[in-house]
Write a protein that binds this ligand. Structure first.
Ligand SMILES: [Ca+2]
Length: 735
């Protein structure tokens, strides 16, 4: 018995020992596994608390490409997987392929504040339904939509989102599955008056999101708000991978699932309705706050402050491209008939979009969409909507009332890139023609390749495409100004700004760049800003203040202000100039009646350096602080003059809220080298001594007739103040 017991005891101890060993091995194994999962977890957004993880990953991808690759590889997760307490399945039978849509009827106005301030919003919609893709057009009036659910990316990649709608809309995305972590990524409009055509994602800067890194098959909560007042109605949310030539496509059912299956819930049951940063019950809010970000119109553009950049050492760029003969087919060398020049002017196009298009004008539609054949041939903007069958929905369209579940497909429509010369020349709200991204980037890539093929510039990488300007010559090719912000080997940021020429594409479609002979701009050329005045003291002071503003901002010493005064009785201009904070000025007093041509010519005669630039201008102007840089850049001695288009502000408008129209027929504001002005004979003081208007068009005729070309661009932040003609010297429509 003892023996047996002793044996059993030993056996039990032995078994216990084995069990302990096995447990220890298991423990170590599980711990290692957990550690590994934890390591991945640290790199992934996973749970409400980790809202900023995507941002961190984003940053790491920018800074440390190899590690980013590692992250991407580590997150190739199968379609349905356990992630701690959550089960992630991109699709389940009951919730996949559709998203929730709440409809708020009898709600007027076009802005989302009209929706948010509605007493029944967001908990008591009229209709709770679902849709199968993020493109709807119920064809109804006075309603708002709240669409929400989950989005499942199919790649671990950076995505960009875009929204188009009529009227206003917002797209909010969470950084994970929680409705608590929403951020506004893209929107149309602030006031309720903004709208776009279907698929037109490029009308407002706010329509396209910044790149967001999303993880394959992860679940992201999103919310879309849309408000329709009257007229046309549609809403599209599209996405694209963040590649150069990413094409936006509408987000379709395979990437979507419901937030909640409401089909069996009573309307009185509201507990499941998410309250978010975008939509919450405002009953208890003392003052409802609108979550709108910075307004589109006064949005900063790197071009606005281009003078702040350090230029890349010019010697690095010598012989970057082979030199080529430059003589565009549109250059004339013969006298033209009086006032014919204005009809020969072509606009250049720009990239990136500078939002010089006036997007809230009533004639918007006439200016753009009318030029598109599908618009003309069919039924206006509705022609861009392609209805898609939804197999899950019985179509109960009785012709009465809206059909909320109706869904669509749209093709991307970039109206500003489709803008033809006819539109640019006839439409006073059109703004600059915007080059397509794929075209601009094809030039930028060739430019960078040339930089990287040379010892001196091999270490420079692209930070931003600041500005590309294209002047097309259909027969021969295109001239480009390419301005890129680069980062040097020591982390220094520099700007490269060069004119290049690309011969018209042959069948190979390859782009070859050359350096147009003697076509370079001089960054240190002196610019003389010349104005002729009489009386109007407050506008003269305003002009001097504007010039002080430019000097204060830029510190540019190479510009000079010239005022020619026809004996003003309401101001001592010379005294005011003496105390002005300007790099330099000249003042000349004239006797007799005011004469614009004579006054300007007197100013021109004060300039001795014939390799400096004259800028002929007027009073009543508001100048962008980059004006001097822009005049230098677009004036090429012996080759090109610069005629920026100014915007005439409406009476109620101001530079911070700039409504108005572009003065596309006026050429009174002109930058030209002194040597060129002398060569073409200066201002026509003989014919335009007592005669008013037309002197700018006559000057243009002689500019073109003498083989110079004209750079014509809408200049952002360049405004002509509204003023009545009371107390003016004379009426003159051309300034
Ligand atoms: Ca509408």
């Amino acid at each position: 018995m003892f023996v047996v017991r002793a044996f059993n005891q030993r056996k039990v101890m032995w078994y216990s020992f084995c069990l302990l060993i096995i447990c220890t091995v298991f423990y170590v194994f599980i711990s290692l596994g957990a550690y590994h999962v934890d390591a991945i977890e640290k790199k992934l957004p996973a749970g409400p608390a980790k809202t900023n993880v995507n941002k961190v990953i984003n940053k790491r991808i920018e800074n440390e490409p190899p590690e980013a690759q590692e992250i991407k590889q580590s997150v190739e997760i199968p379609p349905c997987y356990a992630h701690f307490s959550n089960i992630f399945c991109p699709k389940t039978a009951s919730t996949s392929g559709r998203v929730n849509m709440h409809v708020f009827e009898d709600c007027c106005g076009g802005s989302l504040d009209h929706l948010r301030n509605n007493l029944l919003y967001p908990l008591f919609p009229n209709v709770r339904t679902t849709v199968s893709r993020l493109a709807v057009s119920p064809q109804w009036s006075n309603y708002g939509l709240r669409i929400f659910g989950y989005l499942y990316p199919s790649e671990t990649e950076e995505y960009i989102f875009a929204v188009a709608s009529d009227d206003n809309s917002e797209f909010w995305l969470s950084l994970n599955e929680s409705p608590e972590n929403l951020q506004l990524l893209a929107h149309v409009g602030e006031t309720g008056y903004e709208w776009t055509a279907p698929g037109e994602y490029w009308k407002f800067a706010s329509q396209i999101s910044k790149p967001i890194l999303l993880v394959k098959n992860m679940k992201y909560f999103f919310e879309v708000l849309f408000k329709q007042n009257s007229g046309a109605d549609h809403l599209e949310i599209a996405w694209s991978l963040n590649h150069d030539n990413g094409i936006f496509s509408v987000i379709t059912s395979e990437f979507l699932s419901l937030y909640e299956d409401e089909s069996s819930l009573q309307m009185g049951n509201i507990d499941h309705i998410p309250q978010t940063k975008a939509s919450y019950d405002r009953l208890l809010d003392p003052i409802p706050l609108s979550p709108h970000p910075v307004r589109d119109k006064i949005r900063e553009d790197p071009r606005d402050h281009i003078y702040k950049y350090n230029m890349l050492d010019e010697s690095y760029l010598k012989d970057l491209f082979p030199e080529c003969h430059y003589k565009p087919s549109y250059i004339l060398n013969e006298q033209i008939e009086r006032y014919q020049g204005v009809n020969l002017i072509q606009f250049s196009s720009v990239y990136p979009n500078d939002y010089t298009r006036q997007t809230n004008d009533h004639n918007d539609e006439m200016c753009f969409y009318n030029q598109d054949p599908s618009f003309q041939a069919e039924k206006g903007l509705a022609a861009y909507l392609i209805e898609v069958e939804d197999p899950d929905i019985q179509k109960t369209d009785t012709g009465e009332g809206p059909f909320w579940q109706r869904v669509y497909d749209v093709k991307p429509l970039n109206a500003a890139s489709k803008q033809t010369a006819i539109v640019a020349n006839s439409c006073r709200t059109a703004g600059n023609i915007v080059m397509s991204q794929s075209h601009a980037m094809s030039i930028v890539r060739v430019f960078l390749k040339a930089l990287h093929s040379r010892e001196e510039t091999r270490g420079y990488s692209l930070l931003h495409v600041v500005n590309v300007v294209r002047r097309e010559d259909e027969d021969l090719g295109s001239r480009y100004l390419v301005e890129l912000e680069l980062m040097g080997p020591q982390g220094q940021k520099v700007l490269v700004s060069r004119y290049v020429y690309a011969k018209a594409e042959d069948s190979s479609k390859q782009v070859f760049l050359c350096s147009p002979k003697a076509f370079n701009w001089n960054p240190s050329a002196t610019v003389h800003v010349i104005v002729a005045v009489k009386d109007q003291a407050r506008w003269i002071i305003q002009f001097i203040r504007e010039m002080e503003k430019v000097y204060r901002a830029t510190g540019d010493k190479n510009f000079n202000v010239i005022i020619v005064d026809y004996n003003s009785s309401d101001i001592d201009i010379e005294k005011r100039l003496k105390k002005a904070k300007l790099p330099s000025y000249k003042f000349k007093k004239m006797e007799g009646n005011f004469q614009r041509t004579g006054g300007l010519q007197a100013g021109i005669d004060l300039v001795e350096d014939e390799n400096s630039i004259l800028f002929l201008c007027d009073l009543h102007l508001y100048y962008p602080v980059n004006i001097i840089n822009s005049i230098r850049k677009y004036c090429i001695e012996g080759k090109m003059v610069y005629a920026p288009v100014v915007m005439r502000l409406d009476c109620a408008a101001s530079p911070r809220a700039p409504n108005g129209f572009w003065e596309i027929a006026g050429y009174g504001l002109m930058g030209i080298y002194k040597s060129d002005m002398d060569r073409i004979g200066g201002m026509n003081t003989r014919e335009f001594k007592d005669k008013w208007g037309g002197e700018d068009w006559e000057l243009l005729d002689r500019i073109l007739g003498n083989g110079l070309e004209v750079e014509r661009l809408h200049l952002k932040n360049f405004f002509h103040h509204f003023h009545s003609r009371r107390g003016m010297w004379v009426t003159n429509d051309s300034g």
